[in-house]
Design a protein around this ligand. Sequence first.
Ligand code: NAP
Length: 229
Amino acid sequence: MPTYLITGANRGIGLELTRQLSARGDRVIGAARTPGAADELKAATDFVSTVDTSSEASIAAMAKRLASEPIDVLINNAGVFPDTGVTSCLETTTDMMLDAYRVNVIGPLLMTRAMLPNLEAGKRKLAVQISSNMGSNTEATRVKRTGHLAYCASKAALNMVNTLMANELTDRGVASVALHPGWVKTDMGGDNAELEIPAAVAKIIKTIDKLKPADNARFIDFEGKKLSW
Ligand SMILES: NC(=O)c1ccc[n+]([C@@H]2O[C@H](COP(=O)([O-])OP(=O)(O)OC[C@H]3O[C@@H](n4cnc5c(N)ncnc54)[C@H](OP(=O)(O)O)[C@@H]3O)[C@@H](O)[C@H]2O)c1
């Protein structure tokens, strides 16, 4: 039975990933900032862990707790969108940039690094960085995007983190992939999003199931389609 470690597992895409993977019999360690309050997560899996991905100490503590536990697939799903309503780049603040960078860029980097021994001990040896098509320069140019600079720049930076880690981790047998989950009706995606959570997550799981070492460093969407940087 493969083991998954999923961050931000208490709601949205992370919770549904935990539900669907657990329901088919996989072992899911669902990590949340405050698991004590995460009733839906506790109902979805027996394996709950604590991690605040903006805190190096919290990540180190989790790595210590999970030491020597093989992890097949790490899903760095936790994310923030600090500039949701900001439609002009000129209104982006330092705090928005730092919040987005801490959770969306540094968090996945530190998590992947901390869990590397666990991934090496697992069979699939796969890290999935939940990115966004809003981190695509091609897409931003196409739609002439002006707002959400902090979020978009953080996901573009996450894509670069993924590429550089993938270049290096492949020598240790571990693959890393950046995956856009689609525009999904979560707290972050909002009510106007295109995809219902269960349908989007079913496709994400199908795509993750098919990933091979040769997919290392790719930037793909929830259906496995290659995305432009
Ligand atoms: N929904 C979309 O349309 C969409 C599109 C593209 C990409 N994405 C990406 O998909 C991922 C999941 O998004 P979602 O739509 O499910 O968002 P969501 O419903 O807002 O959930 C975000 C999750 O991340 C957790 N989180 C935030 N900061 C954290 C931290 N410092 N440490 C640990 N956990 C933290 C939240 O925990 P708390 O409850 O403790 O805040 C929550 O569990 C994100 O990376 C997002 O950028 C989403």
